[in-house]
Design a protein around this ligand. Structure first.
Ligand SMILES: Cc1cc2nc3c(=O)[nH]c(=O)nc-3n(C[C@H](O)[C@H](O)[C@H](O)COP(=O)(O)OP(=O)(O)OC[C@H]3O[C@@H](n4cnc5c(N)ncnc54)[C@H](O)[C@@H]3O)c2cc1C
Length: 544
């Protein structure tokens, strides 16, 4: 059954990190009617809101698309999990909460690639506008914005030892990774307030939902963008058994994220012509770049047995300690339940010739064989390393014209030789830090890869056997002005009218850090562009 739905000025597909920001900003004036379509449901699950609950959402199909990659040739043909939020707030509702913007050099590089308006100087005001920084405002930080950013609730002895070891190794300390320089080690800040997750659904969408000019449809899968010629005029979506249509008088804005935005474009006839034809889809625009250039951060986790029972493994393996941690959280909003995907960490240069850090290190105060697996029965922790600017490029492609079928995701991790060298250098740097006296007293043994693994080939073999994503896929609808770029610097799909992509998929290159903050910035800036273009179009119409 198919029903005609209302008409809106803007239709946003996806209520994730970017979509919630857009919904808030585009409805703020009250002048525009906006429809927000989200495939997932409400963010009621309690584990969404307790930072540590992050670990409980990896396998929950109610809030997670639970994608996984095709067999990865350079990772021993393993399929790598690719979780993505399918819930209000999207991946900002299930992510590890670390607040890292990337390096000023990342955005200056975007600008050098020809994207006017995207240098660090240009984007800093949007980072600041978004932010409600617990430490207060300064040249780099804002207060009063919708995205709460806070410090960890308390220091931890393992992190203190790690930070001392970094300094002992001759590397710098850094108390603000989002300040004047990223290099060095310190505690991470989190998108949280008083021990609660601050997703974009909480910070942006919640206040916007009180506005009469915002309609939110959840549990609704957008299946196709509707066109008249080369102009986007609406969206077809399915809610339960019903197929519906919503018309856009202004624009259709895709915010489905790095896997689903290219998928929806391809399903709608915008993508590589040969692929679309093989799936029986009418080609509206042959754009080989749609779904190409997938980039992600590959992470290798080195595991340690700890000499002291101070790790999360110890807490999770004891009913009494679990209860104490729960009470501490309830009464004081402190302790283990407030921590995100990493506690402390750092950004370092493994290549002295590099102008800025090329790896990120996470200190994680628990250990497990794989992401989302049960914690080890012994005291243990992880120090991981990920490559910040990979040269490997992958792709996302539909398998058929069925919008319910997950796309084929092929990140092609380590396909570039420079990435293989980089990850080995990163593991060696980690070992250098972990061999310092300050942390050695906590290390009983390197559990994995283990002392027998000494040669570069062995380290690379470990990376191939255990390396995994740190969940930062980007660039599948890349912004640029070259032949395969998908959107221009105002995030408009090239050659198509009234269609934009505003999410992590537009990053020309993945930022050197965690990606949520940059996606929020992109949406803040994208909203300004959409509103100013709408205003200009309105004035032009009045003059005519
Ligand atoms: C497990 C995990 C841990 C992470 N940890 C961190 C971290 O610690 N720090 C950090 O900065 N970043 C982290 N990230 C990455 C970060 O969260 C993402 O880069 C960011 O949220 C992406 O935002 P987005 O708007 O591009 O996509 P998303 O937030 O994924 O939003 C896309 C939304 O669109 C919806 N959607 C998709 N297709 C359709 C459709 N056809 N119809 C309707 N709705 C649709 C989805 O359900 C989803 O809600 C993590 C990500 C994950 C998954």
């Amino acid at each position: 059954m198919r029903r005609e739905a209302d008409s809106f000025e803007f239709i946003i597909v996806g209520a994730g990190s970017a979509g919630c920001v857009l919904a808030h900003r585009l409805t703020a004036s009250g002048r525009h009617r906006v429809l927000l379509i989200e495939a997932g449901g409400a963010d009621h699950n309690i584990w969404i809101h307790i930072p540590l609950g992050y670990g409980k959402l990896f396998a929950n199909a109610k809030v997670n698309w639970l994608y996984s990659s095709e067999p990865e040739p350079e990772l021993n043909n393993r399929r790598i999990i690719q979780p993505r939020g399918k819930v209000l707030g999207g991946s900002s509702s299930i992510n590890g909460l670390l607040y890292i913007r990337g390096q000023a050099e990342d955005f200056d590089h975007w600008r050098q690639l020809g994207n006017a308006g995207w240098s660090f100087e240009d984007v800093l005001p949007y980072f600041r506008r978004a932010e409600d920084q617990q430490r207060g405002a300064d040249a780099f930080h804002g207060v009063g914005g919708p995205l709460a950013v806070s410090d960890v609730s308390e220091p931890h002895p393992l992190c203190e030892a790690f930070l001392a070891a970094v300094e002992e190794a001759g590397l710098p300390r850094n108390d603000d990774f989002n300040g004047p320089a990223q290099e060095g080690a310190g505690y991470f800040q989190l998108t949280a307030r008083r021990g609660r997750r601050w997703s974009t659904a909480v910070g942006y969408l919640r206040p916007a939902r009180r506005r009469a000019n915002l309609a939110v449809v959840s549990n609704a899968l957008a299946t196709r963008i509707l066109f008249e010629g080369r102009r986007a005029v609406g969206v077809e979506y399915r809610q339960g058994r019903e197929a519906r249509i919503a018309r856009a008088e202004g624009e259709v804005i895709l915010a489905g994220g790095a896997f689903n935005s290219p998928q929806l474009l391809q399903l709608s006839g915008i993508g590589p012509a040969d692929l679309l034809q093989s799936c029986g889809i009418e080609v509206i625009s042959d754009m080989p770049g749609v779904g190409a250039d997938l980039q992600d951060h590959l992470q290798v986790r080195m595991q340690y047995r700890c000499t002291h029972p101070i790790t999360m493994n110890d807490v999770m393996n004891s009913r009494r300690q679990q209860l104490a941690a729960g009470l501490r959280y309830l009464l004081r909003r402190k302790g283990l339940l407030t921590i995100g995907a990493g506690y402390a960490g750092g950004f370092f240069r493994t290549d002295p010739a590099a102008a800025s850090p090329d790896v990120q290190v996470h200190l994680i105060i628990y250990s497990a064989d794989t992401v989302g697996a049960a914690l080890h029965p012994f005291s243990g922790f992880i120090a991981s390393v990920c490559l910040l600017r990979p040269e490997s490029r992958g792709r996302v492609r539909i398998r058929s014209g069925d919008p319910h079928e997950p796309p084929a995701i092929q990140p092609r991790y380590l396909s570039a030789p420079s990435d293989r060298n980089g990850i080995v250098r990163g593991m060696k740097l980690l070992r250098r830090i972990m061999s310092q006296q300050a942390i050695r007293r906590y290390v009983l043994a390197e559990h994995a890869p283990g002392a027998q693994c000494t040669r570069d080939e062995d380290l690379l073999a470990f990376a191939r056997e255990t390396g995994t994503t740190v969940f930062h896929p980007t660039s599948t609808c890349r912004m640029g002005s070259d032949a395969t770029a998908v959107v221009d610097e105002r995030l408009r799909v090239r050659g198509i009218d009234r269609l934009r992509v505003v999410d992590g998929s537009i990053m020309p290159t993945v930022v050197s850090g965690n990606t949520n903050a940059a996606v929020v910035m992109i949406a803040e800036k994208g909203a300004d562009m959409i509103l100013s273009d709408a205003k200009a179009a309105g004035s032009a119409a009045r003059v005519a």
